[in-house]
Design a protein around this ligand. Structure first.
Ligand code: DGY
Length: 312
């Protein structure tokens, strides 16, 4: 008999098809009354598939008393109740590593864009402004100072790319990371004050909430740029909007927001900001690799093996 898997939120169509072939898959997002459905059928599910932006909260896990495995599409785990998963010995798989390159590529693209004004220049040409004016002089990237907030797998991939641009690199992390010659800066405000570009690549969640505070933005200063490919919650968004509107920082390139898909209206009025719809891992190649890991983790669990990429 096929294992019963509950699907929380939409997934890639190809992944949904593959899951439906192997499992008795039930998409919770199609239910008009999810809570009522769970009350009646929650005990029948062996597994749950979800994604980093959707996660699985305590209420959902409580409604699934026989759950043994969560397989999540994505590397972020800020929306997964891991404490409850540990307590109930529910295994949790996620999809790290396969997205490092694409997230780092986009972080670099965002940095070049916001410093050189690529999207703003494109708007300038399309508006016909080039016929009457010159596009403002921009900021150089090569040889500048890159501050990386969080030298994990994605932060390291960003640092490797920065080498190709002859950038000086320093980072903050909970602990200095062994095996790298980059300078560890213990103070985040110190890193911001030193950096021309501050890239945020830490995990989201309660521990990193508003890490990029009003004070850190003040330290980054009028010539500094912020790039965020982590989670919107890591930045004090109100302070960031004030800094962009007041031009107390030079600009920001953001792939993530505190309340996605909603972007503060004041931010949209600023020309010194690049806003993207959380697309850092969004290439066909990377998303296919992530989908493979979601399936591999489920298969490993149901055949009694260690998960391929366990989180819990
Ligand atoms: C991730 O995998 O966590 C990406 O940010 C998509 O949410």
């Amino acid at each position: 008999m096929k294992k019963r898997i509950l699907q929380n939120g939409r997934l890639l169509p190809a992944l949904e098809t593959a899951l439906a072939e192997e499992y008795d898959l039930h998409p919770l997002w199609r239910e008009p009354e999810p809570a009522a459905y769970l009350r009646q059928h929650g005990a029948s599910f062996d597994g749950l598939v979800t994604s980093a932006p959707v996660g699985a909260d305590a209420a959902l896990l409580q409604a699934l008393p026989n759950l043994k495995i969560i397989s999540s599409f994505g590397v972020g785990f800020d929306k997964l109740d891991l404490d409850m998963a540990r307590e109930r010995k529910i295994r949790v798989g996620y999809t790290p590593n396969v997205l490092n390159d694409c997230v780092a590529d986009l972080a670099f693209g965002m940095m070049i864009d916001i410093a050189r004004g690529i999207a703003a220049a494109d708007r300038f040409v399309r508006r016909g402004d080039w016929l009457n004016a010159k596009f403002p002089i921009a900021t150089r990237i090569s040889g500048k100072r890159l501050g990386i907030v969080g030298l994990g797998r994605i932060g390291q991939a960003i640092a490797r790319r920065a080498g190709g641009f002859d950038m000086e690199i320093a980072y903050t992390n909970l602990q200095p990371v062994e095996g790298f010659s980059y300078r560890h800066e213990p103070s985040l405000a110190g890193l911001a004050a030193w950096a021309d570009f501050l890239v945020v690549s830490v995990a989201g969640g309660a521990q990193t909430r508003h890490l990029i505070s009003r004070d850190v933005l003040a330290a980054l200063g009028q010539k500094g740029f912020l790039i965020n490919v982590s989670r919107g919650t890591v930045v004090d968004e109100e302070a960031l909007v004030d800094a962009l509107v007041g031009k107390t920082i030079a600009g920001a390139a953001l792939d993530v927001f505190a309340n996605e898909p909603h972007v503060p209206a004041r931010l949209l009025e600023c020309d010194n900001v690049l806003v993207l719809p959380h697309i850092a891992s969004g290439t066909a190649e990377t998303r296919a690799a992530m989908a493979d890991l979601v399936l591999s983790n489920l298969r490993a669990h149901f055949s009694g093996k260690e998960l391929v990429t366990p989180l819990v």
